[in-house]
Design a protein around this ligand. Structure first.
Ligand code: ADE
Length: 276
């Protein structure tokens, strides 16, 4: 899967180098490119925001840098035979893409933009996701659906959000989704994108060594997961439930199911179907 991230804080995504996702990038399963939105500005101050039309608190992200950033990424994948990064490197390095170096993209109007007006969507179209507290809520089901995509572009907003026309323009070039991590407000989309990439990435075949470990997790079957224990059987006076130590696999399965139901009823009753 190819992932492009547009942000004014590329440093946030250093964590994608470590752990399972870092290995998936090394193995070529995930090809992640991080793009600094400010590389698509043309003024001395590299301005990405301005006052809102109609007044109000805060600043709004300007459409022009967003338009150029999206063009640079989407033109590149639309171009048949495109095998190099915007910075001309081979595709598998996963670096922050240096659009400031005198490369073709990100320095001016991109050649493909003019003919990229609304058209019919294809299965293989890139998906552009803007994290937003005003979006549909991210779920395990959405993570699973997105894990089958071949190319996702994440656009991280800051301040009071992005000029609405950017979403309309993006719609003309890709499938666009506004996605919220939950009913609370973050300072920007970066943390939400990290969470989404981890949730999506671990579902891509080959990223997690033992795929069976994905099956019995919270939310996979609509319930929270059962509690887990390992050795020693007794620790600081706390014992492992005896049912888990007697080797009766039928009894263990029943106990685990009961634990899932009890935990879900207690902590997340909203996940259960309404009582008849
Ligand atoms: N940006 C700010 N708050 C957010 C949220 N809850 N989810 C996704 N992106 C956000």
């Amino acid at each position: 899967m190819r992932i492009d991230i547009v942000t004014i804080f590329p440093e946030y995504f250093g964590a994608l180098d470590v752990s399972l996702l870092g290995r998936a990038r090394e193995d070529g399963i995930l090809d992640v490119k991080v793009h600094d939105l400010r590389a698509f500005t043309h003024d001395r101050h590299r301005t990405v925001d301005d006052k809102p039309y109609g007044g109000g608190a805060g600043m709004v992200m300007k459409p022009e840098p967003w338009g150029e950033a999206l063009d640079a990424i989407l033109d590149q994948v639309a171009a048949p035979g495109a095998t190099t990064d915007a910075d001309g490197d081979a595709n598998a390095d996963g670096d922050i893409v240096d659009h400031d170096a005198a490369s073709v993209v990100g320095t001016g109007l991109s050649a493909g933009a003019a003919d990229a007006r609304p058209r019919h969507r294809r299965e293989t179209d890139p998906i552009v996701i803007f994290p937003s507290p005003a979006g549909e809520v991210f779920t395990q089901a959405m993570a699973r659906e997105l894990s089958g995509a071949s190319h996702i572009v994440f656009g991280c907003g800051r301040y009071e959000g992005i000029d609405q026309r950017v979403f309309e323009y993006a719609e003309s070039r890709a499938s666009v989704r506004l996605v919220s991590l939950g009913d609370y407000v973050l300072n920007g989309g970066e943390v939400a994108v990290m969470a989404m990439i981890e949730a999506i990435g671990r579902l891509i075949p080959g990223v997690i060594g033992n795929p069976e470990s994905l099956v019995e997790e919270s939310h996979e079957d609509g319930l929270l997961e059962y509690p887990s224990y390992t050795k020693p059987a007794e620790w600081r006076g706390y014992a492992v439930p005896p049912v888990l130590t007697n080797g009766n696999h039928g009894a263990i399965a029943v106990w685990r199911r009961e634990q899932q139901l009890e935990r879900t009823r207690r902590v997340r009753p909203d996940l259960l179907p309404p009582a008849q």
